[in-house]
Design a protein around this ligand. Structure first.
Ligand SMILES: Cc1ncc(COP(=O)(O)O)c(C=O)c1O
Length: 378
């Protein structure tokens, strides 16, 4: 029996070389040469004006909530079908998360699911680009512009994805990327916060340095550095930037391979006579092969996952609805049911996908998934 892990991070080029250079540079802390190169390359590849390498996407989300200025009494609309870091970023500011449903086809927030929740207390909308898809974002941006709401893009999964001719990234507010091991591009742990706003960028530079103007001091713009704003220790080590840089250099090759695997599996399985459904991408959206997942009847999902495991395939579920979580209940931000979230969360089968999956592994994945679906969905 073949064993296919859920994910397999691998070096793709200069990881070792850059890591050794970094080890020998005597600059192991943050904002060193590798960080500067990583941020420059990220800006080039995503067309973003400003980008900062931070400890994680969770940190980038916390920074975004800090930047938006939310506090007690304010509300932030976000998907329940999302990662816990987004909800924590809101709670840490003592604001209230208001969980919105997703669209059943795109698995993202949409204007239709968000608009009914907007009220006078809504200060931010935080959307998740599931599987790198920005479906719904244009409408949400328009809503935010017209109502002066701060818009946060949780683009943790989005490096390498694009909308029309533009990569995911540029925004007048903030977009937050993850370089965690499980993502297409990894620095082990790490994240990037990007913005096209010079004003936000100058605050981010301070906030990530514990609220000090340390970077201005290093550039010789002030004669000593001091505490000038709220902040924390969000700067990530240059050793991690070295790994992230090597990976980012290969973004196109990694994305191409993941998309090839994604398309091969999706085409081979089809829709199984209408018994499985895939995430729908509006035509201008080009995803990045981050998530290989389809939805089945919620009653059958767990059995399918366990059958796949018995064939050595580490298939898994994804987000459990945040609005049903024990902590949401404990702090009174649970809500009545969100039907599409329920169907996607409890019906999702997430198959392994990673850059160096071999053709043999891919064929095995298809063959076993097909046979499990045949036996469980007939
Ligand atoms: C949508 C989303 N947001 C945020 C995160 C958190 O990323 P990090 O581990 O870099 O903090 C994840 C991680 O899986 C995620 O999927």
């Amino acid at each position: 029996m073949m064993k296919i892990p859920f994910n397999r991070p691998v070096p793709v080029g200069n990881e070792e070389k850059y890591l050794i250079e970094s080890l020998n540079s005597q600059k192991w802390s943050g904002r060193g040469p590798k960080t500067i190169q990583l941020e420059k390359l990220f800006k080039e590849k995503t067309h973003s004006k400003h980008a900062f390498f931070v400890t994680s996407c969770s940190s980038a989300l916390e920074l975004s909530c800090l930047l938006s200025g939310i506090g007690p009494g304010d509300e932030v609309i976000l998907p329940s079908f999302g990662f816990v870091s987004a909800a924590n970023a809101v709670i840490l500011r003592r604001a209230k998360p208001v969980f919105a449903d997703i669209d059943l086809n795109t698995w993202n927030l949409s204007a239709a699911t968000v608009e009914p929740l907007i009220g006078s207390k809504t200060k931010d909308i935080l959307t998740v680009h599931y599987g790198g898809s920005t479906a719904g974002v244009d409408d949400l941006r328009k809503i935010c512009e017209s109502r002066k709401i701060f818009f946060i893009e949780d683009a943790a999964q989005s490096l390498g994805a694009s909308r029309g001719k533009l990569p995911v990234g540029p925004t007048p507010w903030t977009s937050c990327f993850s370089l965690h091991d499980t993502k297409n591009i990894s620095s082990g742990e790490g994240g990037i916060i990007a913005t096209d706003s010079a004003e936000l960028a100058s605050r981010i530079e301070i906030m990530i340095e514990k609220g000090t103007n340390r970077q201005k001091f290093f550039r010789g713009e002030v004669d000593k550095y001091t505490w000038v704003d709220v902040g924390s220790s969000y700067v990530a080590s240059d050793l991690l930037a070295a790994v992230g840089l090597a990976q980012l250099e290969k973004l196109e090759i990694i994305t191409q391979r993941r998309m090839a695997i994604y398309q091969q599996v999706r085409e081979a399985l089809g829709d199984f006579g209408g018994r499985i459904s895939w995430q729908q991408f509006p035509k201008e959206i080009i995803p990045n092969g981050h998530v290989l997942a389809f939805r089945v009847d919620t009653e059958r999902r767990d059995q399918i996952l366990s059958d796949l495991k018995s064939h050595g395939i580490s298939a898994t579920f994804h987000y459990v609805p945040l609005h049903e979580a024990p902590f949401a209940k404990a702090i009174g931000v649970d809500q009545s049911s969100l039907q599409n979230t329920f169907k996607v969360s409890y019906g999702l089968v997430r198959l392994p996908i990673f850059y160096d999956m071999t053709d043999k592994e891919c064929a095995y994945l298809i063959e076993k998934t097909r046979s499990v679906l045949e036996s469980r969905l007939s």
